[in-house]
Design a protein around this ligand. Structure first.
Ligand code: GLU
Length: 305
C-alpha cells in the first residue's frame, strides 16, 4: 500500500496541473451543476486497506457505473438465460446509439451501453417486487453502506430530457425484448443511473469483483467466481463505450465509466480504484480519469497484462 500511496500522490499532483480539454456532460441538465474541477482518487485493496486523495468523500452521480450493479443483480437472479436477451460484444458505437438494434433485432450488443442496461432493468423489473427499493437494498448490502441513495432531481432531469433512451426502449419493445411497461422500465433505469456515491464508496462497493473470497457482512457471496470473471471480462471489452479498446490498451484493467465523470477500474486479486473528474472527452469518458489511470498502471506495473 505504501508504494501505491506515493505513486497516487505523485500522479495526482501531475494530472491536476494538466489543462483539461474535456467538457462536463450537460445533456442531462442537472449534471451540469457540478464543480468542473473536482478531482479525486481512492483505492481499496482486497486486504481492506484504503487510501484517497482530493475530494474522495464528495458524492457525485455515478451514472453508468451503476450498470455494473444492475448487471450483477440481474445475472444473480436470471442466470445464464440473461445472455439470450443481451449480448457480450463491444459495440464500437456511442453509448446511446440506436443503429445496431435494427440489424440485431432488438438484442443489445452488451449490458453496458444504454440499450443493454435498459433490457437489464426490464429483467430486474420482472424479478423484483419493489424494484427501486430492492435494488437500493442490494447495493447497501454489498457495501454495508446505508447512506446510499438515488438523487431524485437527477432522475427527474434525465426523465425530462431522455429522448434517446425513450426512443431506445420503445424500439427494443417493438422487437419484443422489453416485457414491462416502457415508462416503468425507464423510471427504474433513470433512478439506477442517479445513485450517488463518493470515490471511496465506489472503490469499496466493487471489491466483490476483485476479491474471489468476498462476502457481505452477513457472510454471503454476491455472485459466483465464474460470474465475477464474466462481469470483469465485459468491463474490459465494453466498459468505455466506443473507447473500450483504448482503455484496455492504455490502462489494461477491467473498468467502467459514467457521464458523471467517474471511472472505476478493477485489478482482480489486488484492488479496486476510482477516479472522479467531471470533464469528459469526446467519447464520454473522464479526460483526467483516463490519464490518471494510464499513468497509475504504468508506474505501478499493475495491469492484468
Ligand atoms: N443516464 C445516462 C444516460 O442514459 C448514463 C450514461 C452514461 O453514464 O454512460 O444517458
Amino acid at each position: 500500500m505504501e508504494n501505491y500511496k506515493n505513486i497516487i500522490k505523485e500522479i495526482y499532483s501531475d494530472v491536476k496541473k494538466v489543462n483539461d480539454i474535456g467538457k462536463v456532460a450537460n445533456y442531462i441538465p442537472e449534471l451540469a451543476f457540478v464543480k468542473a474541477d473536482n478531482f479525486s482518487v481512492h483505492i481499496s485493496t482486497i486486504n481492506k486497506e484504503g487510501f484517497g486523495v482530493g475530494d474522495f468523500d464528495k458524492k457525485f452521480s455515478i451514472q453508468s457505473i451503476s450498470k455494473i450493479l444492475s448487471l450483477t443483480l440481474a445475472y444473480k437472479l436470471e442466470g445464464e438465460k440473461l445472455w439470450e436477451r443481451v449480448d457480450v460484444e463491444p459495440s464500437g458505437n456511442p453509448f446511446n446509439s440506436l443503429l445496431q438494434l435494427e440489424s440485431d433485432l432488438g438484442k443489445p450488443r452488451n449490458p453496458f451501453i444504454n440499450s443493454g442496461a435498459i433490457v437489464v432493468c426490464d429483467i430486474l423489473f420482472s424479478h423484483l417486487k419493489n424494484p427501486k427499493e430492492d435494488f437500493l437494498k442490494f447495493c447497501k448490502d454489498i457495501s454495508d453502506n446505508s447512506t446510499l441513495n438515488y438523487n431524485k432531481k437527477v432522475a427527474q432531469s434525465e426523465k425530462d430530457s431522455g429522448f434517446r433512451n425513450i426512443a431506445l426502449t420503445n424500439f427494443i419493445k417493438s422487437f419484443g425484448n422489453i416485457k414491462n411497461n416502457v415508462d416503468d422500465v425507464l423510471d427504474f433505469y433513470f433512478h439506477i443511473c442517479s445513485i450517488e456515491m463518493n470515490s471511496k464508496e465506489i472503490s469499496e462497493i466493487f471489491l466483490f469483483l476483485a476479491d474471489d473470497n468476498f462476502t457481505t457482512r452477513k457472510g454471503e457471496r454476491v455472485i459466483t467466481k465464474s460470474q465475477a470473471k464474466r462481469i470483469n471480462a465485459i468491463m474490459l471489452t465494453c466498459g468505455f463505450y466506443d473507447e473500450s479498446g483504448e482503455f484496455a490498451f492504455k490502462v489494461g484493467l477491467p473498468g467502467k465509466s459514467g457521464v458523471g465523470g467517474g471511472i472505476v477500474a478493477i485489478h482482480p486479486d489486488k484492488y479496486c480504484i476510482t477516479v472522479w473528474s467531471p470533464k469528459l472527452n469526446e467519447k464520454g469518458n473522464s479526460y483526467k480519469g483516463m490519464l490518471f489511470l494510464e499513468k497509475f498502471t504504468s508506474k505501478t506495473t499493475s495491469s492484468i497484462f
